[in-house]
Ligand binder design. Structure first.
Ligand code: PEP
Length: 276
């Protein structure tokens, strides 16, 4: 499935016209057998108009999930990749290996990779540019730590992560990037969902940084997703925010029935709400 930039000339979008992105990252869950069965459960799902869905299985399940979902609107993505095309990089997978598995997206810079596997802004930039070279859609994850949040420097951290990750990316390529703001303190079972007022403020600031990078007159609207303890109880509040273009879901989206129900729960917002 091809991914089109969305937006209007002013850069601010009418909700009914923008695409909402809803995806789930399975993390290190589901080997091929379980992944195939979950993908089958998702395969006949048709999200409401205006909503694009994606799933990021572990790399060992990527080929099977892509094949089960090949006729479905569900986009399939990897959770990570290396920036070189091939060579002596034990344990790594390349962008072309991901595309050969039938996937079209890749999650990059997830905070768990930054925290536990030494991912840096610089390596995220190398990966993002390699993904674009291979026509993958990068979903760039950025996030502030609890310390940064408490010291009031979230915005500085996020702007730095975004600027470095997108360094050297052309305007045309920018139109193919998605960004997810995922506060580290909001992710996982120990996390608490970020307050909507805070997410709204951060996303508006991020929109400004993106506009600085893309150029003020650019009609490209890079989708800005929120992630971190999204659930049935809060998904609509996040998606209704004017500068939020969707959500990246972990735990609450792992069960296919729950995922489809989360997607369906925002359908009324997509068709009825209007933001100037
Ligand atoms: C994540 O880790 O990207 C995430 C959003 O997790 P959760 O929804 O489980 O907090």
């Amino acid at each position: 499935m091809s991914i089109q930039p969305v937006g209007n000339a002013s850069g601010r979008v009418i909700m009914g016209q923008k695409n909402i992105w809803i995806g789930t990252n399975w993390k290190m869950n589901r080997g091929p057998a379980e992944a195939i069965s979950a993908a089958r459960a998702l395969s006949s799902f048709r999200p409401p108009k205006g909503i694009r869905t994606f799933v990021a299985p572990p790399c060992t399940s990527l080929r099977d999930v892509s094949s089960v979902l090949q006729d479905s609107p569900m986009i399939v993505g990897a959770q990570n990749m290396f920036w070189e095309d091939s060579g002596a990089w034990t344990g790594e997978i390349s962008a072309s290996m991901i595309t050969e598995c039938g996937a079209s997206m890749v999650v990059l810079g997830h905070s768990e990779r930054r925290q536990h596997f030494g991912e840096t802004d610089w390596t995220v930039n190398l990966k993002l540019r390699a993904a674009l070279r291979h026509s993958l859609t990068p979903l760039l994850c950025i996030g502030d730590t609890l310390n940064e949040y408490e010291f009031g420097v979230s915005q500085e951290t996020l702007a730095r992560q975004m600027k470095i990750a997108l360094h050297g990316v052309s305007q045309e390529e920018l139109a193919r990037v998605l960004i997810a703001y995922e506060p580290v303190w909001a992710i996982g079972s120990a996390g608490r969902p970020a307050e909507t007022a805070f997410v709204s403020k951060i996303h508006t600031q991020l929109r400004d940084v993106v506009e600085d990078i893309a150029g003020r007159n650019s009609a490209v609207r890079i989708p800005l997703l929120y992630g971190g303890s999204v659930s049935k109880a809060n998904i609509c509040e996040y998606v209704a925010l004017p500068d939020v273009d969707g959500v990246l879901i972990g735990r609450a989206g792992w069960d296919p029935a729950d995922f489809m129900s989360l997607v369906d729960s925002v359908s009324a917002l997509v068709s009825s709400e209007v933001h100037a």
